[in-house]
Design a protein around this ligand. Structure first.
Ligand code: HEM
Length: 407
């Protein structure tokens, strides 16, 4: 069996075009729109010889592959590596990288602590922190929105909500970026990210221990499930790790992208200020339009068929969520950022049983920032060039100079 990047190389299925491209090329990762459009134009799937995988870009196939856990499993890894054929760099996540019925046991616990009811108890603190931050930034006028807003806000409210006793903002952000880069091939991005592992991973593991979590946060609620006999002490540490892996860098990315959308679409910001009912749909449109998590994999666990294409057991499929979210068949005028669109069914938070368990938290954070901005800020303008940072699974800004004027 021929292997590339830890998975079996498949033969090209009938009626699938071969596309000689590297989806992990840093230029494509930074500016992916043309790649997304070309991928969709290839049909339901394209075969990518560099990695011996299939990729799908249309909404229809992405939805089908991403949400059908019986045929397309997560337990064989959601990156390029097939966990059935080799040991991953860290123990697999017991929620993201596991299939039902086992998945339901751990997911249920996270769902409980991320419920809308729990989010309501956090809303006032979130709003206070958002109002304070936006006031500070208005004082400055011009600022760097990635480092001074997008990175600051989640690393202020999330550690408190989690109940972390120690907070190292840099390590929290960089851990997420590392975990996401690890899903790609053995390229420069992955190697550089993994070089930080010996420093970051032991720190993260330590913060997930019961004694390092305050009594009133998500962490303590996870350990309460141990006391109820639902999970073991070790599993609780793993679930806490899942929140630290997926809960910071994603929200930092979403917030940065939200600011970029508002700064580059002043008409939409005017609309947002004139109708606060649009706060929620506006973030959904940010998610659709920018797809913070641009691609994740699934592995076919049986021989099967999607859109009349025969797919062999063991095939790695790159689900390009960013391309699905720009599919004109699903979203007419997809390349326009339109906050009145209400893009129900976008793929930015996934779909099916693994759909983002932290989405209520991400929405609560962005809702608080949007509220503060809509109440206090008159105009948002770019004060320099927006630069995107390549990552094997996340589409994030590296730099976003912004000027706010006061209402
Ligand atoms: C804008 C912010 C966010 C985005 C775009 C995002 C995106 C996603 C996506 C696409 C998935 C599906 C993965 C898959 O099916 O393989 C996912 C799952 C997950 N997310 Fe998020 N996420 C965000 C915020 C958060 C936050 C704040 C947390 C927790 C504090 C979180 C925790 C998780 C976990 C634990 C999973 C795995 C769920 C499962 O497998 O059942 N995410 N997220």
């Amino acid at each position: 069996m021929k292997m590339i990047e830890g998975h079996a190389v498949i033969d090209v299925p009938d009626n699938v075009p071969v596309w000689d491209i590297d989806p992990y090329n840093p230029e494509i990762l930074a500016n992916p729109l043309n790649y997304y459009a070309e991928l969709r134009a290839k049909g339901p799937f394209a075969y990518i010889p560099k990695y011996g995988i299939l990729a799908c870009g249309r909404h229809k196939e992405n939805k089908e592959v991403f949400s059908d856990w019986e045929r397309f499993v997560s337990s064989r890894g959601v990156g390029l590596q097939d966990f059935k054929l080799g040991k991953p760099w860290r123990d697999p996540s017991i929620v993201l990288e596991v299939d039902p019925p086992e998945h339901g046991r751990t997911r249920k616990i996270l769902m409980r602590l991320m419920s809308p009811k729990v989010m309501r108890t956090l809303a006032d603190d979130f709003q206070l922190a958002a109002d304070r931050l936006i006031d500070e930034l208005l004082e400055k006028g011009t600022f760097e929105a990635v480092t001074e807003l997008a990175e600051v806000y989640p690393t202020t409210v999330f550690p408190d909500a989690m109940g972390l006793r120690a907070c190292d903002k840099r390590r929290l952000i960089d851990y997420g970026a590392m975990v996401f880069n690890a899903l790609g091939p053995d390229n420069d991005l992955r190697r550089k990210a993994m070089a930080t592992a010996p420093d970051i991973v032991p720190w993260i593991t330590e913060q997930c221990l019961r004694e390092n979590l305050k009594p009133n946060g998500f962490g303590a609620a996870i350990y309460a499930a141990v006391d109820e006999g639902e999970i073991t002490e070790e599993e609780a540490g793993m679930l806490a790790r899942s929140l630290l892996s997926a809960g910071v860098d994603t929200t930092v990315t979403g917030l940065g992208s939200a600011l970029w959308c508002l700064a580059t679409n002043p008409d939409q910001f005017e609309l947002l200020k004139s109708d606060m009912q649009l706060l929620r749909p506006a973030f959904e449109e940010v998610l659709r339009y920018t797809s913070p998590v641009h691609s994740f994999c699934r592995t076919a666990d049986i021989d099967t068929e999607v859109s009349s294409i025969k797919i062999k057991q063991g095939t790695k499929i790159l689900c390009v969520l960013g391309a699905a979210n720009m599919d004109e068949d699903q979203w007419p005028g997809a390349t326009k950022f339109d906050i009145s669109r209400k893009p129900v069914g976008h793929m930015a938070m996934g779909a099916g049983v693994h759909g983002c368990v932290g989405q209520n938290l991400a929405r609560a954070e962005v809702q608080a920032i949007f509220t503060a901005i809509a109440n206090k800020v008159d105009t948002i303008k770019l004060a320099g060039e927006a630069v995107w940072r390549p990552n094997n699974a996340v589409h994030a800004l590296d730099s976003l100079p912004i000027t706010f004027t006061r209402k």
